[in-house]
Ligand binder design. Structure first.
Ligand SMILES: [Cu+2]
Length: 470
């Protein structure tokens, strides 16, 4: 009886924290300030979604996201809270993912505890010991590639003594992106591992697109209001010289920490770091957010706007607006004035190359070169260079069912997870198999729709142990 009472008391203590579900917001919005003054057990549910979105006018990119946007959903909790964190990986996704939150004290920031395959979800729990503005990001290999595809966001651990109330809070995050073609090349642009390693981005943008904070999507304010920007930098490579043209930051909580600097023109935001900046809107007009490494702003997309309405203070400033004279470069100007049209579907043409780009290139790379030791090459690989007649059924099976286990390709060991590729009918499957077995110097007897249909029908009811070759 005593033991029962004791455990009841203990359980009582454990569940004493009030429970609540975190409100997560899409950029550029920020969840409302937390008004409670005691700790809570906060449930955070974040879903990984891989999807095509617009990176600039007419330019599409396959982003990997936390919550369907780049950056991912803004998470707001309070110092001293216990956070029950759920990471879900949408079943239509192709890759495993995880999350490392810089707000976590504990190994990997949660990475190992949240490693999640498509169609699964994981949970771990942590306490928020330190207040501040923290980056979170995916940390699944190849880590740089997951971050470069947009897998980052911000979590704000609101201090016990909250910052003073402001009229508006916004969420802005910079990121650099790597495509084979330079800025502005139209169509779906594949990720370039080479450019990422060389740190030569083709795009540097706020909130995942050169279009995200311009035109109708500009941030808004009114004369007399105070604004707080939660500014982050996902990288993966560049640091940001964050500046708002026509404003002086009254306060900057440098690096997202607890001490405010005053009267700052440009603040340095490290890759994987943040800053909280505050300013008062003293007069009307359009204020331009830039990375003051200025070619990035005018030639790579790192430009946003804040439109301030109201009666201007002519004593303070009188004259024409700055945006007109800065939008000089035609390619960027036309790109940022164009209206975004939202997510774009990949064309469903039965074109082997397009199917490869949409279904395989994110892992095996645009030229089939792979990324040793994570993703094996398909170009001139021992397996595909001349695929033997007896392996043709294995190839069908591995695409339809995925593949795990150790293999050696061109002398290098791989022990990865290839998830099943969904949505390929016989026509498409034949087209993509023809492409991979007859491009980059690979040679094979063509796969016909008929053959693929037969091989699919002949697949064993349960996956064969090999899945592919050894
Ligand atoms: Cu990831």
């Amino acid at each position: 009886m005593q033991i029962a009472m004791l455990s009841a008391v203990l359980l009582g203590l454990g569940s004493a924290l009030p429970e609540e579900k975190a409100v997560l917001t899409e950029p550029p919005t920020v969840p409302p300030p937390i008004t409670r003054t005691t700790p809570a057990r906060v449930k955070v549910e974040l879903e990984v979604v891989e999807k095509v979105m617009q990176m600039a006018d007419g330019v599409d990119y396959t982003f990997w996201t936390f919550g369907g946007t780049v950056p991912g959903r803004f998470i707001r909790v309070r110092e001293g809270d216990t956070v029950e964190f759920w990471l879900a990986n949408h079943p239509n996704n192709k890759l495993p993912h995880n999350i490392d939150l810089h707000a976590v004290t504990g190994p990997g920031g949660g990475a190992a505890s949240t490693f999640t395959a498509p169609g699964h979800k994981s949970r771990f729990t942590f306490q928020t010991l330190n207040p501040g503005l923290y980056v979170y990001h995916c940390a699944t290999a190849p880590v740089g590639m997951h971050i470069a595809n947009g897998m980052y966001g911000l979590i704000y651990v609101q201090p016990k003594k909250a910052l003073p109330k402001v009229d508006r809070e916004y969420y802005v995050m910079q990121g650099d992106f790597y495509t084979d073609a330079d800025f502005g090349a139209k169509g779906l642009q594949p990720f370039s591992m080479k450019r990422a390693i060389d740190e030569r981005p083709s795009y540097v943008v706020f909130n995942g697109s050169a279009l995200s904070l311009v035109g109708d999507r500009a941030l808004k304010g009114k004369v007399g209001e105070t604004v707080r920007l939660f500014m982050g930098n996902g990288g993966p490579n560049l640091v940001s010289s964050f500046h708002v043209i026509g404003e002086i930051f009254d306060k900057v909580y440098t690096e997202g920490g607890s001490t405010a600097q005053q009267n700052v023109q440009t603040t340095l935001v490290p890759a994987g770091g943040s800053a909280i900046v505050e300013f008062k809107l003293d007069t009307d007009g359009t204020y331009i957010l830039v990375d003051h490494s200025i070619f990035r702003a005018f030639n790579k997309g790192a430009l946003g706007m804040m439109k301030v309405e109201g009666t201007g203070n002519k004593d303070l400033y009188s004259g024409k607006q700055v945006d007109e004279m800065y939008l000089g470069d035609e390619s960027v100007a036309s790109s940022i004035t164009a209206r975004a049209t939202g997510p774009v579907e990949v064309a469903a043409a039965v074109d082997g190359k397009a199917l490869f780009t949409a279904n395989c290139a994110m892992c095996h790379q645009p030229e089939g070169q792979g990324i040793p030791p994570a993703f094996p090459p398909l170009a001139k690989s021992d397996y595909l260079k001349t695929i033997s007649n007896t392996k043709r059924n294995e190839l069908v099976e591995l695409v339809l069912r995925g593949k795990t286990g150790q293999i050696t390709v061109n002398g290098i060991e791989y022990n990865g997870v290839m998830t099943a590729v969904a949505g390929l009918d016989d026509v498409k499957l034949a087209a993509v198999l023809n492409y991979v077995s007859n491009t980059w110097g690979n040679q094979a007897r063509p796969f016909t729709t008929d053959e693929v249909k037969k091989l699919r029908e002949a697949l064993p009811a349960t996956p064969s142990s090999a899945g592919g070759h050894e």
